[in-house]
Design a protein around this ligand. Structure first.
Ligand code: NAP
Length: 292
C-alpha cells in the first residue's frame, strides 16, 4: 500500500518512520523543510507539496496542528484535494473540531475521496513506539482499508462511530487529561511542601487507585520543574477550546477544563506555549511559593 504523510512534527515524523519501517511505500511532506532527517535513511520520498503526496498515495495521513491547518493542507493551493484521485482515502489523525471534520469529509466526498477522522492518544512516546490509541470515525469499510497502516502506528484501534466521532472521543480524552494533570501537579506540590521523597511517593502510589499515565510519565518533570516536549501547552489549550465549544453547544458544564484552559492561557502569555503540558505544574507550584 502506498501511504502519504502530511505533517512531520513531533507526532507525524515518528509515525511516518514507523510506517516506513513496517515496509509501506511512504511519500511525505512538511511545510518547513528539514524536519525529515530521520526519514531519509528509511527510504521515504519527500514530495514538493501535499497534492504530490496525494497523487503518490492510496491512503494519505494528515498530522498537523489545528483545524485551519488541516483545511489548509487539504484544500489550499497544492493541497491534498487537488492531487488525490477518486478512490483515495484521507485519514486525518490531527486533533481538530468534529464539526469541521464532517465539513471536510463532505467536500472530499464530492470528488470521490473518502475520509476518516482518527485522532490519537499516547503522547510522543506512543508515536515513537507505535503504541498509540486511535479513535476512528467514519465508514467501517474505509477503516478496513486503512487498518494495515494504522496497526503499525497504534495498538488500540477503536471504531467509535460516523465521521467526526473520533474527534468527539478525543475531546473527552483531553478533558480527562486536564483534570489528571492538575491533580498530579497538586499532589506533587503537596509532597514537596511536606518534604517527602517524591520519587518514593510516586512509586508507592503507582500500585494504587491514584495510578495514571500522567503520574508515571510526567510527575518527574513536575518535581524537577523542567518540561521538555512532549505535548505542547498550546496544543492542549487548543484541544480544550474544542471541548469547551462542544460543551457549550451540548449544555455540558466542564469547570475543571475551563480552569485548565485559563492556566494554559496564562502560561502561553508567559512564553511557555511550547513547553510540555506538564508545565501546568509551574502555575500550581507558584501558588504555593515554589519557584515558578
Ligand atoms: P508539532 O510538533 O507542533 O507539529 C505540527 C505539525 O503541523 C508540523 O509538521 C507543522 O509544520 C504542521 N503544520 C502546522 N500548521 C500547518 C499549516 N498551516 N500547513 C502545513 N503544515 C502545518 O505538533 P504534534 O505534537 O506533532 O501534534 C500534531 C497533532 O497531533 C496536533 O493536532 C496535536 O494536538 C495532536 N497530538 C499530539 C500529541 C503529542 O503528544 N504531541 C498527542 C496526541 C495528539 P511545520 O514544521 O512547518 O511547523
Amino acid at each position: 500500500m502506498r501511504v502519504g504523510f502530511v505533517g512531520l512534527g513531533t507526532m507525524g515524523g515518528a509515525m511516518a518512520a514507523n510506517a516506513a519501517r513496517a515496509g509501506f511505500d511512504v511519500t511525505a511532506w512538511n511545510r518547513t523543510p528539514g524536519r525529515d532527517t530521520e526519514l531519509h535513511g528509511l527510504g521515504v520520498r519527500i514530495a514538493a507539496n501535499p497534492a504530490a503526496v496525494a497523487a503518490a498515495s492510496d491512503v494519505v495521513i494528515t498530522m498537523v496542528s489545528d483545524t485551519p491547518d488541516v483545511e489548509a493542507v487539504l484544500f489550499g493551493s497544492e493541497g491534498v484535494a487537488s492531487g488525490a484521485a477518486a478512490g483515495c482515502l484521507v485519514v486525518d489523525m490531527s486533533t481538530i473540531s468534529p464539526s469541521a471534520t464532517r465539513d471536510f469529509a463532505e467536500r472530499l466526498a464530492a470528488q470521490g475521496v473518502a475520509m476518516l477522522d482518527a485522532p490519537v492518544s499516547g503522547g510522543s512516546e506512543g508515536a515513537k513506539k507505535g503504541t498509540l490509541s486511535i479513535f476512528v470515525g467514519g465508514e467501517a469499510a474505509d477503516l478496513e482499508r486503512a487498518r494495515p497502516v494504522l496497526e503499525c502506528l497504534g495498538t488500540t484501534i477503536t471504531h467509535v462511530g460516523p465521521i467526526g466521532a473520533g474527534q468527539a472521543v478525543k475531546a473527552v480524552n483531553q478533558v480527562i487529561l486536564a483534570g489528571t494533570y492538575l491533580g498530579v501537579a497538586e499532589g506533587i506540590v503537596l509532597a514537596l511542601k511536606a518534604g517527602l521523597d517524591v520519587e518514593q511517593v510516586v512509586g508507592a502510589l503507582s500500585g494504587g487507585a491514584a495510578q495514571s499515565w500522567v503520574l508515571t510519565n510526567r510527575s518527574g518533570r513536575m518535581k524537577d520543574n523542567d518540561y521538555p516536549l512532549g505535548f505542547k501547552v498550546a496544543l492542549h489549550r487548543k484541544d480544550l477550546g474544542i471541548a469547551l465549544g462542544m460543551a457549550r453547544e451540548l449544555g455540558a458544564s466542564l469547570p475543571v477544563s475551563a480552569l485548565c484552559e485559563a492556566i494554559e492561557a496564562g502560561l502561553m502569555g508567559q512564553h511557555h506555549a511550547d513547553d510540555d503540558m506538564s508545565a501546568v505544574a509551574r502555575s500550581i507550584r507558584a501558588l504555593s511559593g515554589l519557584e515558578a
